[in-house]
Design a protein around this ligand. Structure first.
Ligand SMILES: NC(=O)CC[C@H](N)C(=O)O
Length: 387
């Protein structure tokens, strides 16, 4: 007789190398192919899974208990696309906190996210770290019946993130204004109405390549009035709003795949308009590309809320939130572009600035959603750079 606690193995993780891990499926049903990465954050699973930068990826959480505090409407970082699903050590339980809007598994279903729990995530993480982020399929079927060979074939057929322009897929369909944590986006999330522009605020045009909401909130907190433009915005469209600063957001996919539209716009602004420019993550990589540097695919990337980064100008070490699988190759930074931050895990580039200009960017996530607040000062630095 089966153990009374035994649960059917209704989930699978199939890797392109042919291995198949079995677990307990939860959330949405189906089978999705993507790149499998691991995230070491101990909190913030809902922010992670709704961060548009995770489009095309499946997240293995190294922290074993995921979903225990349920899900709620405030913690969503994006309105539409995000990760494909997640892998957990323990099968999520019912929420244990009073403010949850609902069970994690129900929220996963509603978002179309597939979960597989009861997996040896330690083994999976070692595998990803050793061989690089694999192409994989995450699958959930209530009857526990799978064609495992077909899942492996589906993982092998995944084209990968190199060369994939996903920022265009997740960007806002049209321009919108954001203020005080609210936004106006017809058919969107439907949060609070945007407040009218306030006198005395610095005007920022933020390009949405898959922007996390908490970045926009932090910009408002730092004293900005934020106007968001879709990914394909031209320099003329940016200038038409007469901003004091241009913000380049985070986002999914390969930065080099955006070369046709992002780099030319950024270059034109830097060359012709004397405003401050600040980029985060994909925005950092795009700024690097616009300045003439190259980006490279990392082995397994940086995904977590506990990464040490050194500010090379102050010598201070910040513990930061990270989520990237590509990086700017610091060796390719041209003269006049200075490396400002490095990862103390692997020495990879984490920041740059243009000498003598109010133009800078970081690879990590100062908005800390989830994560530590050590890098919040960068939002004030952006506002100061507006003169
Ligand atoms: N969070 C991000 O902006 C990620 C940037 C890019 N997609 C990468 O994986 O490196």
């Amino acid at each position: 007789m089966p153990h009374p606690n035994a649960r059917a193995l209704t989930g699978r993780i199939a890797l392109a190398d042919g291995s198949v891990l079995r677990g307990v499926g939860f959330g949405a049903s189906g089978a999705q192919a993507g790149e499998l990465c691991f995230n070491t954050a101990m909190t913030g699973y809902q922010e992670i899974l709704t961060d548009p930068s995770y489009a095309g990826q499946i997240v293995t959480f190294t922290f074993p208990h995921i979903g225990n505090v349920g899900a709620n409407a405030e913690d969503e970082e994006g309105g539409t696309a995000a990760a494909l699903g997640c892998v957990t050590r323990e099968v999520p339980t019912a929420p244990s906190n009073w403010r949850s809007a609902g069970r994690f598994a129900d929220w996963m279903s509603a978002r179309g996210l597939i979960g597989v729990g009861g997996v040896d995530t330690r083994r999976l993480t070692r595998l990803i770290r050793g061989k690089g982020a694999p192409h994989a399929v995450i699958a959930h079927a209530a009857d526990g019946v799978f064609d495992e060979a077909a899942l492996v074939a589906q993982a092998r057929a995944f084209a990968g993130l190199v060369g994939a322009d996903l920022a265009r897929d997740v960007t806002a369909p049209e321009a919108y204004a954001w203020a005080d944590g609210g936004w106006r986006w017809p058919g969107g999330y439907g949060g609070e109405d945007a407040a009218p522009p306030r006198p005395g605020r610095r005007r920022v045009v933020a390009i949405d390549y898959g922007a996390k909401r908490n970045i926009l909130r932090r910009l408002v907190e730092a004293g900005c009035e934020v106007h968001v433009l879709p990914a394909g915005a031209t320099a003329a469209q940016v200038r038409a709003l007469d901003p004091d600063g241009l913000f380049l957001s985070n986002g999914p996919g390969d930065p080099a795949a955006t070369a046709e539209y992002a780099a030319p716009m950024i270059r034109e602004i830097i060359e012709q308009t004397p405003i401050a420019v600040f980029g985060i993550c994909l925005g950092h990589q795009m700024l690097g590309l616009a300045l003439g540097a190259r980006t490279v695919k990392m082995n397994h990337g940086h995904h977590g809320a506990n990464h040490p980064v050194k500010d090379l100008e102050t010598g201070k070490v910040e513990i930061v939130s990270m989520n990237h699988g590509f990086a700017v190759d610091a060796q390719t930074l041209p003269t006049g572009v200075i490396e400002t931050h490095v990862s103390l895990f692997d020495g990879s580039n984490c920041g740059l600035k243009v000498a003598g200009r109010p133009v800078f960017s970081v690879q990590h996530h100062p908005e800390a959603s989830p994560g530590p607040h050590d890098s919040h000062y960068l939002f004030d630095r952006f506002v100061s750079a507006m003169g």
